[in-house]
Design a protein around this ligand. Structure first.
Ligand code: FAD
Ligand code: NAD
Length: 477
C-alpha cells in the first residue's frame, strides 16, 4: 500500500485538476493526482470530461461535419464540383477517437515529465488530509495518500431527467451523442444550451432533421440580446428547429421511435424522433467523494462551497473547476488550478471572474466576455455601443460568412471597454482580442487607434470600436 506523504494530492485529472497538478510540480511540489476515468475500451484516460467526452471530441466532430456541410452546400458556389460525396460516420468517429487519444496520452507524457505520481482509482477524502483510493465500485481502500494540501477537481456529470431516461439506441446523453454509428433521419434534443446547439449542429450538418426543445421562453439568456436574436435567426435558417417554452411531459420508445410529449403555449404537443439527446445541464460530482466523518461545506446545489481563492471550509483543502460555483468551462477550471497552485506556493495569484470568455462553437460561432448591454442598464452603468455587421466585412464576404455582428460596449464616461459580444465565423478566436483588451483596461479609442491587417475578420473588432464613437468606415454607425 502506498502511504506516502505528498505536498499536494489532486483529485481528478480534468482540465482543472491536471493543470493544477502540473503547475504545483513546476513550483517544486511533490504531487500525486488520483483519477478514475475509464474510456470506452475500459482503459484509464486522463483529461476528464473535456478531453474524453466534452470540448475536444465535440469540436472534432463539429470540424468534420462543417467540412461535409461546406462540401455539400457551399463548394458549388465556388465552382467546385464533388461527385459521390458521402459521410462515412465510422471513419469520422474513429478520427475523433484518435484526436482524443493523442491528447489524453499527451497528458500522461506531461505528468511523467513533471514527475507527478499518477494513481488510477476512486478517491475519497477522510479527515487529517487523507485521500483513500479504491477500485471503482468496490469501496475497499487500496492506497492511502497523506497530503499537506488537497485540491478537489472532481468535475461534473450530465443531469438526468426522469421523464427521458437514457436508453440504449434511442435516448442519449452528450457522451452517447458523440458515438452515433449513423446519421439519424430525425433527431430531438432536449435543451437548447451549449451542448444542444453544438451537437444539434453536428448531426444537422450531416443530414439529420433536428428539433431542439427548450424549456425557457428566451434563447441563450446569458448572451447579449442582440447577439442571441441574431444567432437564433441564423440557426433557424440553417435548419435547426428551435422550439422555446417547450416543457417536456413524457418520452417513450415505440416501434423504433422516441415519442416525445411536451407542452408549449398552445398546449400539449407530440413529436417523434429516431433518436433523442438529453442536454439539460450538468451537476457537480460532489457525492461519493467524502468518507465518514469528513465535513466540507456543500451548497444547496451540491457545489463545494469556496471563496474567491477556491479555499474550502477546511484549511489546506481547495476545490476548483466544475465542482465549484461559476460557469462550467474548461478554461475557468484551468485558471483556478493555476491560481490555487501558486497560492499554495505563497504567491498572490487570483482569477478575474468578470472576464471569463464564453463560446458556442456553432456556425456562426457565438462568443462574449464582460457585461451585456442589458446588465449595464440594470446596473445603471452609462454606455456607448458600437456594432459592425459581418456583411460589411470584405473577408467575411470572401468566406461567405456574412451572418452576424460584433458589438462593443464601452463606459460612456471613461470609454473603457466593458463588454464585447460576437456572432460571427471564428468568434472563438476573435473574442481573445477583446479579452486581452479588457484585461489591459483598454478603451474603445485604444482599439480604434490600433492597426488591424486587411482583409481579416479582426477588422470587424476595429470597426465596432470605431462605431462606439460613430466613426466606423465601412458601415453607417
Ligand atoms: P472534469 O473534466 O469533469 O474532470 C473531473 C475528473 O475527475 C474526471 O476525470 C473524473 O473521472 C475524475 N473524478 C471524479 N470524481 C473522482 C473521484 N472521487 N476520484 C477520482 N477521480 C474522480 N468547456 C469549454 O470550456 N469549452 C468547450 O468547448 C466545452 N465543450 C463541452 C462539450 C461537452 C459535450 C461537454 C459535456 C462539456 C463541455 N465543456 C466545455 C465543459 C468542460 O468539459 C468542463 O467545464 C470541464 O471538463 C470541467 O473540468 P474539471 O476538471 O472541473 O472536471
Ligand atoms: P446548459 O446549461 O448550457 O443548457 C441546458 C439548457 O437546457 C438550458 O437552456 C435549459 O433551460 C434547458 N433545460 C433544462 N431542463 C430542461 C427541460 N426539462 N426541458 C427542456 N429544456 C431544459 O447545459 P448543457 O448544454 O447541458 O451544457 C452543460 C455545461 O457544459 C454548460 O455549463 C456549459 O458551460 C458546458 N459546455 C460548454 C461548451 C462550450 O463552452 N462551448 C459546450 C458544451 C458544454
Amino acid at each position: 500500500m502506498n502511504n506516502k506523504q505528498y505536498d499536494v494530492v489532486v483529485i481528478g485529472a480534468g482540465p482543472a485538476g491536471y493543470v493544477a497538478a502540473i503547475r504545483c510540480a513546476q513550483l517544486g511540489m511533490n504531487v500525486a493526482c488520483v483519477d478514475e476515468w475509464l474510456n470506452h475500451k475500459g482503459d484509464p484516460s486522463l483529461g476528464g470530461t473535456c478531453l474524453n467526452v466534452g470540448c475536444i471530441p465535440s469540436k472534432t466532430l463539429l470540424e468534420s461535419s462543417h467540412l461535409y456541410a461546406a462540401a455539400s452546400k457551399e463548394f458549388a458556389d465556388h465552382g467546385i464540383t464533388v461527385k459521390g460525396l458521402h459521410a462515412d460516420i465510422e471513419t469520422m468517429i474513429a478520427r475523433k477517437d484518435r484526436v482524443v487519444n493523442e491528447l489524453t496520452q499527451g497528458i500522461n507524457a506531461l505528468f511523467k515529465a513533471n514527475k507527478i505520481t499518477l494513481v488510477h482509482g476512486h478517491a475519497s477524502l477522510s479527515p487529517g488530509k487523507t485521500v483513500k483510493v479504491s477500485d471503482r465500485g468496490n469501496g475497499k481502500t487500496r492506497e492511502s495518500l497523506q497530503a499537506d494540501n488537497i485540491i478537489i477537481a472532481a468535475g461534473s456529470s450530465a443531469v438526468r431527467l426522469e421523464r427521458a431516461p437514457i436508453t440504449d439506441d434511442y435516448i442519449f446523453d452528450s457522451a452517447g451523442a458523440l458515438e452515433f454509428d449513423s446519421v439519424p433521419k430525425t433527431l430531438g434534443v432536449i435543451g437548447a444550451g451549449s451542448i444542444g446547439l453544438e451537437l444539434g449542429s453536428v448531426w444537422s450538418r450531416l443530414g439529420s432533421e433536428v428539433v431542439l426543445l427548450e424549456a425557457m421562453d428566451s434563447f441563450l439568456p446569458a448572451a447579449d440580446k442582440r447577439i442571441s436574436r441574431e444567432a437564433f435567426r441564423s440557426y433557424q435558417q440553417q435548419g435547426l428547429d428551435i422550439r422555446l417554452n417547450a416543457r417536456l411531459l413524457s418520452t417513450s420508445v415505440k416501434q423504433k421511435k422516441v415519442h416525445v410529449t411536451y407542452e408549449d403555449t398552445r398546449g400539449a404537443q407530440q413529436v417523434k424522433f429516431d433518436r433523442l439527446i438529453v442536454a439539460v445541464g450538468r451537476k457537480p460530482n460532489s457525492d461519493h467523494l467524502f468518507g465518514d466523518e469528513m465535513e466540507l461545506e456543500i451548497d444547496e446545489r451540491e457545489y463545494i462551497h469556496v471563496n474567491k481563492y477556491c479555499e474550502t471550509s477546511v484549511p489546506g483543502i481547495y476545490a476548483i473547476g466544475d465542482i465549484v460555483r461559476g460557469p462550467m468551462l474548461a478554461h475557468k477550471g484551468s485558471e483556478e488550478g493555476i491560481m490555487v497552485a501558486e497560492r499554495i506556493a505563497g504567491q498572490k495569484s487570483s482569477v478575474d471572474y468578470d472576464l471569463i470568455p464564453s463560446v458556442i462553437y456553432t456556425h456562426p460561432e457565438v462568443a462574449w466576455a464582460g457585461k451585456t448591454e442589458h446588465a449595464c442598464a440594470t446596473a445603471g452603468i452609462p454606455v456607448n455601443v458600437g456594432t459592425f455587421p459581418m456583411a460589411a466585412s470584405g473577408r467575411a464576404r470572401a468566406m461567405a460568412a456574412t451572418d452576424g455582428l460584433v458589438k462593443i460596449i464601452a463606459h460612456k464616461e471613461t470609454d473603457r471597454i466593458i463588454g464585447v459580444h460576437i456572432c460571427a465565423a471564428q468568434a472563438s478566436e476573435l473574442i481573445a482580442q477583446a479579452v486581452i483588451a479588457m484585461e489591459m483596461g483598454a478603451s474603445a479609442e485604444d482599439l480604434a487607434m490600433t492597426m488591424f491587417a486587411h482583409p481579416t475578420l479582426s477588422e470587424s473588432i476595429h470597426e465596432a470600436a470605431l462605431a462606439v464613437h460613430k466613426r466606423a468606415i465601412h458601415t453607417r454607425s
